[in-house]
Design a protein around this ligand. Sequence first.
Ligand code: PTJ
Length: 259
Amino acid sequence: MSDYDSVSADIETEEEIPEEHPRYQDLLTRHRIEAGVEKGITHLQGMHAEGRGSAFDYLLGEETIPSADAAERAAAAHLLLADRPVLSINGNVAALVPGEMAALADAVDADLEVNLFNRTPDRIEAIAEHLREHGADDVKGLEADARIPNLDHERSKVDADGIYAADVVLVPLEDGDRAEALDEMGKTEIVIDLNPLSRSPQVADVPVVDNIIRAVPTITEHARELADADEADLRAIVADFDRERALEAAEERIRSGDL
Ligand code: PTJ
């Protein structure tokens, strides 16, 4: 057993995780999900979701592959072109990248909206508060005064002036039928999911197959770099992006990656 194998599950802060550990990113995300569960923002099932993601990330080599970077650039262009962009937040997203989501919302002038599969008033409030502590100005999802048609679970509850009215929605970390229902509403969807075979990336206009802890800062970086770009240039980036090719490239890397 190497020294690295002995990183304890009892660590209290993420600073205790050695950055040079070969599985640093995995230990960090695991720790953030655990802390999220303890804080009442992440559902216990979030740890299972994280485990699924972590297996795919291992096979991807825990890096942003070129097709994911192209997707992240297309995502930034879509968000900058949007009239009403909304970034959807669940318990895993809130635990993993709260400040990074607030920074992206700021860079592209988007709203943040809490939308949960395991919805309770306490979790909604706790997540909204957690996002505010990490720099978010305004958090939607508390009104829940509209419904996504053709969806019969808690994820259908949205704000009328948030996801319901949005033209572009960022949907991270959920393998589900909400992406299909939002697609049927005619929205442009950007999905972040490490599993290219999940239902959500399969229906997304822009499937980003990357770990959310790398994907969100990279989208923000692209958005800042493109902030002064002409509309024609942004539209060209969107038109050049090939969703099928991005999904195939990710699956190819996962199936044949050199570990
Ligand atoms: O907070 P709630 O109540 O809304 O519940 C959220 C969870 C995540 C529990 C719920 O949405 C769920 O069960 O999700 P799934 O069906 O497990 O889907 C999560 C997807 O995200 C899977 O396809 C994972 O591969 C992927 N995933 C997990 N962690 C990451 C990830 N993708 C990118 N980055 C990650 N860190």
